[in-house]
Design a protein around this ligand. Structure first.
Ligand code: FAD
Ligand code: SF4
Length: 475
């Protein structure tokens, strides 16, 4: 056996690049772009880790995965043990390894980030998760003897799945009520196949079903069921309904045919096969056409790259700030550029115009950056007189989401914040209604998969406590 590398030797190793599908090939296909590390690549990359005494990467992880430990196990070739370490804190590693904004979390905090070559923690997490999945390793394995307690989970996104996963293993009966016809939340209807293959989400869900979680689809709480009805039939309820109501630009012409919210566009494509000729919910044919996407987050990148894959000849992302302020994952921005998507910064639409009800173009105001706003980012402001028009066949609005009021409007006793999100006790996920917990985007507003999952796990722990002792202190 070779002696372990010295710190100096480790620091000389280059960061291992993720193998990717060729940009031209992938722009015409929904197949996953990143191909995954080989065993050798994973080991080489893991060997770069300095095994810091106070690992900053762990501090940067929203759920505190023991990153230094799992990486050491990968370097030693103990992939099963590495998976167990990750699984203690993260139930969805194959998903998070693919979609977490690592550059702002673990990798951003890694000591090697100072030299712009942090350990590829996300790619290693994905490697471990994919390896054990391909070997048939089960993440959630045992269920304790039934407690007879019943828990309703509303919404099947990462928050709801995390709650269901933890509570079913503790022996409670769990039913997930989901408004759509497929479980998974944004993981299935928002994030496209080329970033997160649906088969991975389905495997996680099938594992929960095997343990006994019941999924009731097409169940819209607030319409087909009320919260009160669920409370009568269950000992606790978790609300994880996300923030699925799209924000609009609020400019003239937004109702023209050819203007979509990113939610509608992506849901129709991801979930309802809008590209098929006989689809009941098609989107306009974009083959050879021009598409503009407004926004700078992951949703904007997903919409633009989806339009490209559906044959659009010219796809432009228009963002009112600069690239520095863009919230999208850096990898998605790079991938989008490689696929031929053009970025137009410091522009804001003032009108969508058209004829006979059909979109024909967009009027744009040029912007500049002023003083930082409450988010800490510099506020865009109009450059007087700098207005132009750009012809386009399709426009997708991806400027953020708000909580959907449907469920909340039927629950007057549920305290809300001024942003329309559910008010909870942060440590426990308890709401103002006894027995009702909440977490994920419905509490934080649009955030990330790992934060939603972490909130779900925290709420699951406090649901256990509530089921055990029935004591309640409200939000
Ligand atoms: P959701 O995932 O939104 O799930 C909520 C579920 O509740 C949905 O299935 C919904 O149908 C259901 N529901 C809603 N109302 C009801 C009701 N009344 N009754 C029953 N069910 C209901 N995050 C990342 O970390 N990385 C990324 O790369 C990333 N990319 C994204 C791309 C897109 C296009 C979008 C939209 C978001 C992205 N996010 C990303 C954000 C991330 O997906 C969300 O933060 C996360 O999914 C929130 O999880 P959740 O469980 O709170 O809600
Ligand atoms: Fe390894 Fe970076 Fe974490 Fe240090 S901070 S233990 S180098 S991943």
């Amino acid at each position: 056996m070779n002696p372990p590398l010295t710190k100096r030797e480790r620091m000389k190793l280059d960061r291992t690049d993720m193998p990717e599908r060729d940009a031209d090939e992938r722009a015409a296909s929904f197949d996953e772009v990143n191909l995954g590390f080989t065993a050798k690549m994973a080991q080489l990359e893991a060997m770069r880790c300095l095994e810091c005494k106070q690992p900053k990467c762990v501090e940067g992880c929203p759920v505190g995965i023991e990153i230094d430990l799992f990486i050491r196990l990968v370097a030693e070739g103990s992939i099963g043990a590495a998976a167990e370490v990750i699984q203690r804190d993260n139930l969805l590693p194959a998903i998070c390894g693919r979609v977490c904004p690592q550059e702002n979390q673990c990798e951003g905090a890694c000591v090697l980030a100072k030299k712009e070559r942090p350990i590829a923690i996300g790619h290693l997490e994905r490697y471990v998760a994919d390896y054990v999945r391909s070997e048939g390793f089960e993440y959630v394995t045992e269920r304790q003897i039934s407690t007879g307690k019943r828990v309703a989970v509303i919404g099947s996104g990462p928050a709801g799945l995390a709650v269901a996963g933890d509570l079913i293993q503790s022996g409670h009966d769990v039913t997930v009520y989901e408004a759509l016809h497929q479980p998974g939340g944004v993981l299935v209807y928002g994030i496209p196949e080329f970033r997160l293959p649906k088969e991975i989400v389905q495997t996680e869900i099938a594992g929960l079903e095997q343990l006994g979680v019941v999924f009731e689809m097409n169940a819209i709480v607030g319409r087909t069921h009320t919260l009160d009805e669920l409370l009568e039939d269950h000992d606790a309820v978790f609300i994880g309904v996300g923030a699925g109501l799209p924000r609009f630009l609020d400019v003239p012409g937004e109702n023209l045919i050819g203007v979509y919210s990113a939610n509608e566009f992506l849901t129709r494509v991801n979930l309802m096969k809008a590209w098929l000729a006989d689809s009941e919910t098609p989107v306009l044919n974009v083959q050879g056409k021009t598409v503009v996407v407004f926004g700078g987050g992951n949703t904007a990148m997903d919409a633009a790259r989806t339009a490209r894959r559906m044959g659009a000849a010219d796809v432009r992302v228009m963002y009112r700030r600069t690239e520095t302020e863009m919230p999208a994952r850096k990898e998605e921005v790079r991938h989008a550029r490689e696929e031929g998507i053009v970025f137009d910064f410091l522009v804001s639409p003032t009108e969508l115009y058209g004829a006979d009800g059909l979109l024909e173009g967009v009027a744009l105001q040029r912007m500049e950056l002023g003083q930082p706003d409450e988010s800490g980012r510099r506020r865009p402001q109009a450059l007087p007189g700098e207005v132009e028009t750009v012809p386009t066949d399709l426009a997708v609005v991806a400027i953020g989401n708000r909580p959907n009021p449907l469920l909340l409007s039927t629950c007057p006793d549920l305290q809300r914040t001024k942003w329309g999100t559910i008010a909870v006790d942060e440590a426990t996920g308890r709401t103002s209604m006894p027995g009702v917990f909440a977490g994920g985007d419905i509490v934080t507003g649009g955030a990330t998969v790992i934060l939603a999952m972490g909130a779900g796990r925290k709420a699951a722990a406090s649901i256990e406590e509530w089921l055990d002792n029935g004591n309640w202190t409200t939000a």
